[in-house]
Design a protein around this ligand. Structure first.
Ligand SMILES: [Zn+2]
Length: 317
């Protein structure tokens, strides 16, 4: 889907360069329906009853106007594109996550937050050279946490977690972690004594089918027991072996996570699904992905916690 979108943009741009061939442009636009959603398959609304002020706690914005740090040739996924998905899903609030492609350059994130306004918050990436004044500046613009995406080529490293956590504690921020399970296991002692909350991306990337029998699940359970951790039930495609649209092997893990920490679980779209894009996999149907929450949470009271109350506490809405 995104190829079609970006081709369309490029084509229209080319037409503009050629000089206002209005008929051709209209013709091209007409071949794309209004219900075409960028970086998402399907056109339907979710069946889930979406509560007011529901929050997508994990999505990204990419804009080629800001240079990418890595060489992945990711397309622009703009605030306007996101707005269409947000409207389709009936969501109100959102949390923009700085992707690894921008390393510690948070300009695209801040530009997105300025456009999205008071209904959005941001998670930035900074390294240990950052100054307190910069963190305060980010706070004023809606940032509420920092992310450690500790894969290959990461701009941050494990040894930065403790000093940066001390700096952000006074701002009431948290850290967000995305890393391999074997690396996570090594970090339990470090994470359990930080002065901030730890948010695990995408179920903590717990491998399947091990799920709730995996040592990372047990480690997260111990951190939650100490009131130190939160989990995003997002990105079902990240570790599902069975795959979509049902992601059946994620169900037991999701239910176990929600039962373990009903007050500390949040949900997100992971739009525009960058990990699928880099693997050249098809885009998922975001509405049917959203409907999985009904299967996982099983009742409206829990859905309300996951979509509204928990994000309000974690991000300060
Ligand atoms: Zn993501």
């Amino acid at each position: 889907m995104f190829i079609k979108q970006s081709n369309r943009r490029q084509f229209i741009k080319d037409l503009g360069v050629l000089g206002g061939i209005a008929f051709a442009a209209t013709h091209v636009l007409a071949s794309f329906a209004d219900d075409d959603y960028p970086f998402s398959s399907g056109t339907q609304a979710p069946r889930l009853r979406v509560p007011a002020q529901a929050c997508d706690c994990h999505h990204h914005i990419y804009d080629r106007a800001f240079p990418y740090y890595d060489d992945r040739n990711l397309p622009t996924a703009s605030v306007e594109d996101y707005r269409r998905i947000q409207k389709r899903l009936g969501l109100t609030r959102s949390v923009v996550i700085q992707p690894s492609s921008y390393a510690t350059d948070n300009r695209c994130l801040l530009a997105a937050l300025a456009k999205l306004g008071p209904q959005s918050r941001g998670i930035a990436v900074v390294d240990d050279k950052v100054e307190m004044a910069e963190l305060r500046r980010l706070h004023e613009q809606g940032v509420r946490g920092i992310r450690f995406n500790l894969g290959v080529g990461s701009a941050t490293s494990v040894d930065m977690i403790e000093p940066l956590s001390k700096m952000i504690a006074d701002l009431g921020w948290h850290i967000e972690i995305h890393t391999r399970p074997d690396e996570l296991i090594q970090m339990e002692a470090l994470l359990s004594q930080l002065p901030v909350q730890v948010v695990f991306d995408h179920f903590g990337r717990i491998p399947l089918p091990a799920g709730n029998d995996h040592p990372v699940f047990k480690m997260i359970a111990r951190l939650i027991d100490k009131d130190r951790a939160w989990v995003k039930v997002s990105g079902a495609y990240q570790d599902s072996v069975l795959g979509g649209p049902d992601y059946d092997d994620v169900k037991d893990l999701a239910r176990a996570m929600i039962a373990l920490a009903p007050e500390r679980v949040v949900w997100g779209t992971d739009w525009p699904h960058p990990s699928l894009q880099s693997k050249k996999k098809p885009m998922p149907d975001d509405a049917s992905m959203f409907d999985l929450l009904q299967v996982w949470a099983q009742n409206d009271v829990m859905i309300d916690k996951i979509l509204v109350q928990n994000p309000a506490r974690l991000y300060g809405f």
